[in-house]
Design a protein around this ligand. Sequence first.
Ligand code: ZN
Length: 298
Amino acid sequence: MSAQKLPLIIGIGEDGKIVSIRKAKRGLKCNCFCPCCGTALSAKRGKVNAHHFAHHGTVECAGGVETALHRFAKAVLHHYRELIVPPVFMHGLKRPIQRAGAYRYRYTKEEKGIKGFVADVVLFGRERLVVEIKVSHTVDDYKQRIFIRSGIPSVEIDVLAIFKELVNEGRGHDTLELAQRIINFGNRDHGFAVHGRWLFNPIQHRAERQRRLSSKELKVRHSEWRGYHHVRTIGCPCPKRQRFVSGENWSKAYARTYQECINCPHLVEMVHEHAWIGYQWTPIRVKTVRCGWTETKP
Ligand SMILES: [Zn+2]
């Protein structure tokens, strides 16, 4: 379903405030405008079709729904005092190091500039939390790096996905439910964030850094025999795969680098040899494996 087919459920009233379709008067009496192009809207609240706003006299504009959702999400954050933030995972691990929980805040600021970027919304509680609202495009790698550099906890809420889900359930006009789902990241049953993620979480990054510092660097050996290539990580500490090789590394257990290490939850990094290929600094083969193996199960 493309964004254009989604119903417009938010208009902007004459006073500049948000009017939801739930509360609008029928037809042009709703007295509100498209948040994107400013055309007068007419509220369609019939018995057959799902309730929505329609542009009066013209075709629907391209960005209306997205702009409306963006405005709506900001207003929701402004009116609530608590956001259910998603659980925190360390890279590669399935068990969260911090469960989903409530983040309480006192006030919000919109489109606030901090440390070289403009945040959609900043929540001010015990500490700051930056909220990015995803309606059309996600935060890219470059912007995410800025978040990580800034050191301020930040989350991204996928409002468009939440809204799509609601429309598919036939409740697209239910702005109250939409607000609820924005507040808890579209999650309804298991405590897992479905439509949102951490852009930067200091607890996660501290834990990952700790794991990196305590990790061991294991040598990777490449051998070839009659056309069969073996790439082995020498000294794999995991008792699950205690295999041994003869010769120079006799009595040291190994793991198959490309089959086993690559999917191992203890893997911290595969350190590659690089070369300049076609103007690009390209990883070509694994040199060593950073292994964060610990006795405790991840
Ligand atoms: Zn419009």
